[in-house]
Unconditional design. Sequence first.
Length: 280
Amino acid sequence: MEPFISRDNKWVFWNSRNVGNNVSLNYGSFVSSTYVIYINEIQGQANGPVPHLDAVPAMDSKYNLYWVSTRDYPQNAQNLQTGVFDPQTQSVPVASHVEGDFYIKSSNCCWIVMDQEINIDGSLLFYVNAYFPYPPGAIPSFSNISLAIKNADGTWSQHPRAVEILASVNSVVSPTMLRYGPSSLGTDALEFYFTVRVNETVTSALFVAKRNSIDDVFGEPERIAMPYDYTYIEPEAPTLSVDGSLMMFSRLDCQGKYGCINVNIYSMYRNLSTSTQKWT
C-alpha cells in the first residue's frame, strides 16, 4: 500500500495491497492536515487490465505521475509507466513506458524495477532494481536503490555517480539486506528516506540519509525511531510532504490472530523549528 503525498499537498496516492492479480492505483484528498478521504481508483490508463499490478505511485510538481506496472512485463522489460494526472477529471488519460537504459534486461527470470520515486522537478529518478528467483514470489532475493537522470530526448540513464552517491544507503545494516521504498525531500534530495529489511522480530525499518548538496554523496543513514509500540509492526515505504513536516508510510500489523494480514497507512509529524526535529 505504498503511499505518496502530491507535491501540492492536496492528494494522496497509493496502491491496493500487493496480493492477487488485481493491484490498482487509488487516490484520496486531504480535507485537513490529519484527515484524508478516499475517492476512487485512478481512472484512465493508470491501471491495466486484469491480471495486472499497477503500484508505487510518485509525482513531480507538474502532475507527471510515475508508477510500477506489470501490464506487459516481461515481454517489455521497461516496466515503469508515466502519465499526466489531470486534477480536474482525476484521471491519467494516457500512459506510456518510462524509457531508459537503467533497466536490467535479461533472458532469465526475473529482474524488475519494483520501486521508484521522481523528485519534485522531475530531473531525478530513484529506482529499485530487484531480482525474484523463479518462480517469482512476494519477496525478492536482491534489491538495492539507484539513481537515474533525464536525458535531452526524454529517456533516462543511470547517474554516472549513482553507486558512489548511494553507497552508504546500499550498505547500511548489511549489503545483503533488501532495501526499497525510496523517498526524497527537496529538489536536490538533501534528505533521502528508505526501507531496509532487518533480522529482527520486526523485519523492516525506516532510515534517513542526508547530504549538503546535490553533488554530495549521502552520509551514514540513521534509523528513524518509531513513536509507537512496533513490536508487531513492519513500517515501509515512507513519503513526505514538500516541507518535510509530515511523513506517511504503510505498516503491516502482525499482531492479529490471523497473522500479518492488515495493512494500513499511518502518519508522523515533526516540528521543523526544533533542533532535534523528532518524529512523533
